[in-house]
Design a protein around this ligand. Structure first.
Ligand SMILES: C[S@@+](CC[C@H](N)C(=O)[O-])C[C@H]1O[C@@H](n2cnc3c(N)ncnc32)[C@H](O)[C@@H]1O
Length: 306
C-alpha cells in the first residue's frame, strides 16, 4: 500500500478507471495545461489499494475480477491493459508528455502553418486550434479522398483550414465558417500569405445559418469533406446539415469527441460533456455513416457517409 504524501495521475487515466471507489470531486485539482489531477494521499491512504511496481509505476490493484485496468504512469513505456476477457489483454499506448513530444517530432508541419501556430499562441483561445498531428491527419484525409469541395465549421485563426486549403487542388474550394471577425482576419492574412486565398470562401456568421444557406442554394450532396470544430452543443445540428451537404463516400470529421477524457467519467455531467457524450452515443447507433473514433488530439471521429 502506498504511503507517500501525494499521488499524481493523468486525469485521462483517472477517468478510465473502472473502480468501485472514487475520490470526492472536491479533492481533484485540475491543471488546465497538463490535465493532471493531483489527489491528496491523506484521503487515498486508507481507501485505495495503490501499489508501486519495481519500476516505480503507480498501479491500482482492485478486488473485482472485472476491473483489471492497470495504470502505468512513470514507466518509459506507459500503457493501459484493457480487461482481458473482453479485449484479449490488449496493451494500449497511453500518450505521456514525452511520447506526445515524440509524435509531434514526427509531424511534417509546413512552415506557414508553424508561423500561424506561433502567432496564434499569443492570442486568447490559442488552445482551441487543432494540434499539428491532427492537422496532418485532416490534410491526409483530404488527399486520400482527392477532395475538391470542403467545409470547415469553426475556423478560429485558420490553422486546420489552412492545412486543408494547402492540399486542395487549384480548382478546389473550402467554405470556411466562423463567427469571430477578429480571428478571421488572422486566418485571411495567412490564406493570402500561403497563396491559397482563392481556394477559401470565407463565411462570416453563424455556421448553422451558412450550412442551411448552402442547402437552399442547391449544394446538397456536392461536398467531399467537412470538419466540425465549433460550438460543441451544436454538433448534432451541424452533423445533420453536413450529412445533407456531403456526397455518399464523403467524410465528416468531428473534433473534441473525447473532451479531455471527461466523456467517460460518470462524475462529470456539465452541459457540454453530456452533449458530447450523447452525440457520440447517437453516432455509434447512426447507420447512415461508418465511423472511427481516433484518439488524436482531443479525439476526432471520422464519419463516412454511406
Ligand atoms: C475550436 S475553435 C476552431 C479551431 C480551428 N479549427 C483551428 O484548428 O484553429 C472554435 C471556433 O468556432 C467558432 N464558433 C463557435 N460557434 C460558432 C458558430 N455558431 N458559428 C460559427 N463559428 C462558431 C469560435 O468563434 C471559434 O473560433
Amino acid at each position: 500500500m502506498a504511503t507517500c504524501s501525494s499521488l499524481t495521475l493523468h486525469h485521462r487515466c483517472w477517468s478510465r478507471l473502472d473502480l468501485p471507489w472514487r475520490p470526492p470531486r472536491l479533492m481533484l485539482n485540475f491543471h488546465s495545461v497538463s490535465a493532471t489531477t493531483t489527489v491528496a494521499a491523506s484521503y487515498l491512504a486508507g481507501k485505495a489499494p495503490f501499489e508501486r511496481c519495481s519500476s516505480g509505476c503507480i498501479g491500482i490493484r482492485t478486488c473485482s475480477r472485472k476491473s483489471k485496468w492497470i495504470i502505468s504512469h512513470c514507466s518509459p513505456n506507459p500503457f493501459v491493459v484493457v480487461d482481458d476477457e473482453k479485449y484479449g489483454n490488449k496493451q494500449v499506448v497511453s500518450v505521456t508528455p514525452s511520447l506526445y513530444e515524440y509524435i509531434l517530432g514526427n509531424v511534417r508541419e509546413p512552415e506557414i502553418l508553424r508561423q500561424l501556430r506561433e502567432e496564434t499562441a499569443s492570442l486568447r483561445g490559442s488552445q482551441m486550434q487543432v494540434s499539428p498531428d491532427q492537422a496532418q491527419l485532416l490534410a491526409m484525409l483530404v488527399q486520400i479522398l482527392m477532395a475538391e469541395r470542403c467545409i470547415e465549421v469553426g475556423v478560429y485563426t485558420g490553422y486546420s483550414s489552412l492545412a486543408v486549403a494547402l492540399v486542395l487542388p487549384e480548382s478546389g474550394r473550402l467554405v470556411a465558417c466562423e463567427r469571430d471577425a477578429k480571428a478571421l482576419e488572422v486566418a485571411k492574412k495567412y490564406y493570402e500569405r500561403a497563396g491559397v486565398l482563392h481556394k477559401v470562401d470565407v463565411k462570416y456568421g453563424l455556421a448553422a445559418d451558412v450550412l442551411k444557406s448552402l442547402i437552399l442554394n442547391g449544394e446538397s450532396c456536392s461536398y467531399d469533406f467537412a470538419f466540425v470544430d465549433a460550438e460543441k452543443r451544436k454538433n448534432q445540428e451541424y452533423f445533420e446539415l453536413l450529412l445533407q451537404l456531403v456526397k455518399v463516400g464523403g467524410l465528416i470529421v468531428i473534433d473534441n469527441v473525447l473532451w479531455h477524457g471527461k466523456v467517460c467519467d460518470p462524475m462529470v455531467n456539465d452541459v457540454k460533456t453530456v452533449s458530447i457524450r450523447n452525440f457520440n452515443k447517437r453516432l455509434l447507433e447512426d447507420k447512415r455513416v461508418s465511423i472511427s473514433m481516433v484518439p488524436i488530439g482531443d479525439g476526432m471521429t471520422i464519419c463516412r457517409k454511406r
